[in-house]
Design a protein around this ligand. Sequence first.
Ligand SMILES: C[S@@+](CC[C@H](N)C(=O)[O-])C[C@H]1O[C@@H](n2cnc3c(N)ncnc32)[C@H](O)[C@@H]1O
Length: 407
Amino acid sequence: MTQTFTITRLGHQGDGIAEGPVFAPRTLPGEAVSGTVVGQLLTEVRVETPSDQRVKAPCRHYKSCGGCQLQHASDAFVADWKVEIVRKALDAQGIEADMRPIHTSPERSRRRATVAVRRTKKGTLAGFHGRASDTISEIPDCHLLHPDLIAAIPVAEALALLGGSRKGVLAVTLTLSEGGLDVAVKGGKPLDGPLELALAQATEHHGLARLSWDDEVIATRQQPVQRLGTAEVVPPPGAFLQATKDGEQALLQAVLQVTEGAKRVVDLFAGSGTFSLPLAQTAEVHAVEGEADMTAALDQGWRKAKGLKRVTTEARDLFRRPLMPDELRHFDAIVLDPPRAGAEAQVSELAQAKRPVIAYVSCNPVTFARDAKTLVNAGYTLEWVQVVDQFRWSSHVELAARFTLNS
Ligand SMILES: C[S@@+](CC[C@H](N)C(=O)[O-])C[C@H]1O[C@@H](n2cnc3c(N)ncnc32)[C@H](O)[C@@H]1O
């Protein structure tokens, strides 16, 4: 039975929500939509009265591809929606903050992406997971990926022909580096002698910088260097890297602004040194990160760089063993950039340590707001929040924020 609804808001996945709740994918607030309700989902959705924020999706793959959720909305709408998500999360914790204008990465700027590749009767199918979860959508004209990444998709297909099983889907992470393409494959056939040889030959044939297979490095032709400040770092295969260089720079500028003038900085959840190494141009830095191979990469990058102040590293699980107030008192600025779960345990210690300034970078407004509340209760002020959108047209929200200790 066809029913009509009015969309009142968007949910966290970017779906329109009508009273019920009924979820209507790819609709916008204020729109009258009709369709058939299955469970809580509106199917066969027809937009009866379009919003004035509705636009024609720029990408021709949008209909079938699951990579983007919000191409049917204007850039201004998406920008406001993302900033509002953060504002509301803070509001729910009773916190007000100055929201800076959002910084959005340009189209076709993603330098890293994981494509799904399946072997088929005819050969291979590679792209992003489709809107229907068991499909793969080809993306030759993707508006997110850097053109060099799109050009690399045939490499992912060739690797699937060599080592993809008939049933499984390979996850091929493609990263642009100064040495060329850095490729990390998961979900392939187990390595044996002939496969390893074939993969090593493929590394040569396709001119890859590095190829790894289920975390094992098969071959390195060129070091897959990432430039972090003036340092050159070779991150471990598949390790975290900010999704766009542009977004990385926006987050870094915010962090540098917060920590300006600091002489000793601690960088918590430091990864391979995205913030630590640029910070070391003016301050001594202690970088703490859970993954020992990332701290090793950071340390190597620092050792080879010239003119940086001292950087020390520590591999440490900050959920279980956060830095304690006694360890934090050495630092005049704190940087933290935790995963989506936030940094509850570490922030409790920061609350007690009462350091002058904190730069908090987050990819989850809800856990950020929870941790912000702990800091505000302990006597910090949240001065500003800078939303950074490196996942254009998706429902992801990232931010950098400045906390200062009240005098
Ligand atoms: C959002 S990334 C940020 C990395 C880095 N700041 C950057 O911008 O490239 C979060 C980092 O936290 C690390 N991490 C996750 N859980 C952790 C834990 N329990 N203790 C310490 N580090 C952790 C991850 O390995 C990852 O490098």
